[in-house]
Design a protein around this ligand. Structure first.
Ligand SMILES: Cc1ncc(COP(=O)(O)O)c(C=O)c1O
Length: 422
């Protein structure tokens, strides 16, 4: 458990005695022992989530553990009380204002999560910002092609559509399966769409509308051979499945923390390989717009932001590191697999996530014969106060599982599906 002294130190308050603040920080309960049979139940108690409903939608926004809420609100109170202590001298040390600070500690932690160096990481507010920085910052000529799939989120597509309209760049979408059948098929579909004019590949690592994990390492390797700049949209992967950008070999990776990491809303990052970062023009420009000493800082410096939110992000990263990231990923997958196994036994359920379990983790997309997504979403709420998210008329619901969920919750959801199909 975080000791009081450490907690105060990390808030920059080691020398200040503020009793009410210390009391809140100390209220964060200790994590259970790893061999505790009640381990996940106790982890669930680290969240404030109401017990009279069940949340199955971290694919939209996740859930902050108590320690994150406390860290964030403590900082809000601290700043409101002690802003006069800020001497404006060395902001990189004092950490009173974000958007000017290099956020090196935080960027180092993000680097640890995805296996990158801090200088390769810029903090952003979300994925849409990161992809827009890349789309805007990469120099392309009219007629150059940007390749993507037909299943990307508007936040991944928008920046390129601007580029297409403004500069005559072609934004090309290749159709992939829903469900994706297997890794080889989706690899071939994407790689076969490369042409000599393809200059950029921008695809999701994990497709949000089906839960399919794409074979990005193999796809990026083939793209790189052809000199194509590779960008992965990791909105749905960070905190959900293992991401190792060096192993994948992509040029850029964009992610957020407000979904699967359980960080405050408005937290994300953009990773660009050290040797490629210089090629990207700054979009949101301040004093460091052309300073290449620390490339990640160039993009991180984006005007006044919200430090309390970043304090919350820092705590959220510590929380998953303390549990162990592998343990988090395995638990998410275990619950997702339990759901899929149950659904597969029901012939009236159509699943749009891959049948191949190696391409799945915590997102399952499915529908029941004759239903729309909003009908199914409503049935879950009315019958069990359960909240998966509607995924359109055809595709039913997107049902996510996370560490705050339990086996019992999955089984209750399956029982609702059974009632609806009988
Ligand atoms: C695949 C994908 N890309 C991008 C986004 C947009 O993310 P953000 O809201 O962090 O910009 C989402 C959000 O759901 C997403 O699922």
């Amino acid at each position: 458990m975080t000791t009081r002294r450490n907690a105060l130190k990390s808030l920059g308050l080691a020398t200040l005695a503020i009793p009410s603040l210390a009391a809140t920080i100390d209220s964060a309960p200790a994590l259970p022992r790893t061999n505790d049979p009640q381990y996940w139940k106790k982890i669930r108690n680290q969240f404030m989530l109401a017990n009279n409903s069940v949340f199955f939608n971290p694919g939209t926004v996740g859930v902050m553990p108590k320690v994150v809420v406390n860290k964030m609100t403590d900082y809000v109170k601290y700043l409101a009380t002690h802003v006069a202590d800020w001497a404006y001298k060395d902001d990189n040390k004092e950490e009173f204002i974000s958007g000017y600070n290099n956020l090196l500690g935080l960027r180092t932690k993000v680097g640890k999560l995805i296996n990158a160096q801090a200088t390769e990481i810029a903090m952003t507010d979300n994925v849409t910002h990161g992809i827009s920085y890349l789309a805007n910052g990469i120099t392309l000529q009219a007629g150059d092609e940007v390749l993507t799939t037909n299943q990307e989120h508007p936040g991944g597509r928008g920046g390129w559509l601007v580029k297409e309209k403004r500069f005559g760049v072609l934004f090309k979408e290749v159709a992939i399966g829903k469900p994706v059948k297997n890794a080889d098929e989706v690899y071939q579909q994407i790689v076969n769409a490369f042409t000599p004019k393809t200059k950029v590949l921008m695809i999701s690592h994990l497709i949000s509308g089906s839960g399919a994990i794409l074979p990005v390492k193999e796809i990026c390797a083939e793209a790189s051979k052809r000199g194509i700049f590779t960008i992965l949209d990791g909105a749905q992967t960070i905190g959900h499945i293992k991401v190792d950008v060096k192993d994948i070999g992509c040029d850029a990776y964009v992610g957020c923390f407000h979904k699967w990491v359980g960080a405050p809303h408005g937290t994300g990052f953009m990773y660009v390989r050290q040797d490629k970062m210089k090629e990207i023009w700054t979009t949101v420009a301040s004093a460091r717009w052309d300073n290449h000493e620390d490339e990640g800082f160039r993009f991180t410096q984006r005007g006044t932001g919200n430090f309390a939110v970043l304090k919350g992000l820092d705590a959220a990263l510590d929380f998953i590191f303390e549990i162990g990231t592998e343990k988090v990923y395995n638990r998410i997958k275990f619950l997702g697999e339990r759901l899929r196994k149950g659904l597969k036994q029901n012939p009236k359920v159509k699943i749009f996530s891959p049948a191949d379990e190696s391409l799945c983790a915590g997102i399952t997309v499915y529908n029941i014969e004759g239903m729309t997504g909003s009908k199914l979403q409503d049935e879950f709420w009315n019958r069990g106060r359960m909240r998966p998210r509607a995924s359109g008329d055809v595709f039913g619901v997107r049902h996510c599982t996370h560490i705050f969920n339990s086996e019992e919750e999955i089984d209750k959801a399956l029982a609702i599906v059974k009632t609806l199909t009988s």
